[in-house]
Design a protein around this ligand. Structure first.
Ligand code: FRU
Length: 355
């Protein structure tokens, strides 16, 4: 056997080092194909996937991500548990993501984990439910005050400014619930002022936090029906709750589901819009998921472009009269937080074009 000299050993060692360094970067991330830009890992944390609207949001994001060849996309479902969501966001940090998309369950508990990611220099897009402060790159969401206001004005007009209303609220520790309530009160007021009807013509006789869930909407509506003989309208902060309320009225067996006006929010084609077509709901207002925008804006951020800090999306009102024509468009009135300046653009990744 030949003796391995010291010089040969050094050469062997150097060759091995070269081999290892060539393997390491491609070991963590898929290698880029010919003609592609750098690969980027986008992580998304969804607060829960038990509701149709969230399933829609996830597929909107995933479908748009497929349009960019360089995106590697990972989704996590926090199953409506804020502690789980906090740790999932932190886990993404250790998995080396280039961008985080998060749709938080609640405002306050998700503020800190999002800040931790952002403070490490990783851009964060917050979807739908807000967090506190400004430690995120971009917020994208519908205008919940506008949606609530339109619901209020529309319900008041159906009732000619007079009647008893049940309000089935969403989770009131999340901003959409707060905004949808405030907007509704504004809408009722505006209607009364514009039409000269009594300011207290529409009375909210019963309200409950139904945490966005259909079964809670059904249960609370059953209590309202048991307590009040005269109910003219139901304003539910989402379509599942509105549907639950309708089922409670139907289940009561007195035919009140035919006289009460039910208004919901979300307007998914296979949920709220379908209910309007079936005559189950009187109206629903679209709550856009922002899924497509999240990916497009995310790619702009990674390319080093400046993006607005706050993007507010418009809505559509669907009623029996307009549902077959695609509803009535109600544009956003501008970003809710127009005071926020965009972040300084980040160093650009060399990304290819949309596939
Ligand atoms: C789904 C949902 C939607 C609602 C949105 C508000 O979790 O409850 O129905 O519009 O969240 O954040």
């Amino acid at each position: 056997m030949r003796k391995v000299t010291c010089g040969r050993r050094v050469r062997l060692f150097l060759w091995m080092m070269l081999l290892v360094s060539a393997v390491i970067p491609t070991g963590c991330r898929k290698a880029k194909k010919e003609g592609e830009g750098e690969r980027v890992l986008i992580g998304m944390s969804q607060c829960n996937l038990a509701e149709p609207w969230r399933v829609q949001m996830n597929s909107d994001v995933a479908d748009q991500a497929k349009k960019y060849r360089e995106i590697e996309f990972k989704q996590k479902d926090a199953q409506n548990d804020v502690i789980v969501q906090q740790s999932q966001v932190r886990e993404f940090l250790t998995q080396g993501i280039d961008l985080l998309i998060v749709s938080p369950k609640e405002t306050v508990p998700m503020t800190r984990p999002v800040k931790e990611v952002y403070d490490k220099g990783i851009p964060v897009i917050v979807l739908d439910r807000e967090i506190q402060g400004t430690r995120f790159t971009c917020f994208i969401g519908g205008d919940n005050v506008l949606i609530g206001r339109e619901a209020g004005k529309y319900l008041a007009s159906l009732l000619n400014g007079q009647g008893n209303v049940v309000e089935l609220m969403g989770l009131m520790t999340s901003q959409p619930g707060v905004d949808r309530h405030e907007g509704f009160i504004q809408g009722l007021k505006e209607y009364a002022q514009e039409r000269g009807t009594p300011a207290d013509g529409i009375k909210i006789i019963f309200s409950a936090d139904c945490q966005w869930l259909e079964e809670n909407g059904r249960r609370e509506m059953a209590s309202a029906l048991a307590r009040f003989e005269k109910i003219d309208g139901v304003y539910a902060h989402n379509d599942p709750q509105a549907h639950g309320a309708y089922l409670a009225a139907k289940g009561e067996g007195r035919g009140r589901e035919k006289t009460i006006k039910f208004i919901g929010i979300d307007a998914l084609p296979h949920e709220g819009v379908m209910y309007v077509k079936q005559g189950v709901l009187t109206a629903t207002l679209e709550y856009p998921t922002g899924g497509k925008q999240a990916i497009d804006i995310g790619m702009k951020i990674l390319r080093g472009e400046e993006v607005p800090k706050w993007i507010t999306l418009g809505t559509r009102l669907f009623t029996k009269e307009n549902v077959d024509k695609g509803g009535l468009e109600i544009p956003a009135k501008g970003p809710k937080r127009a005071d926020l300046k965009p972040d300084k653009p980040r160093p650009s990744k060399k990304l290819g074009k949309e596939a």
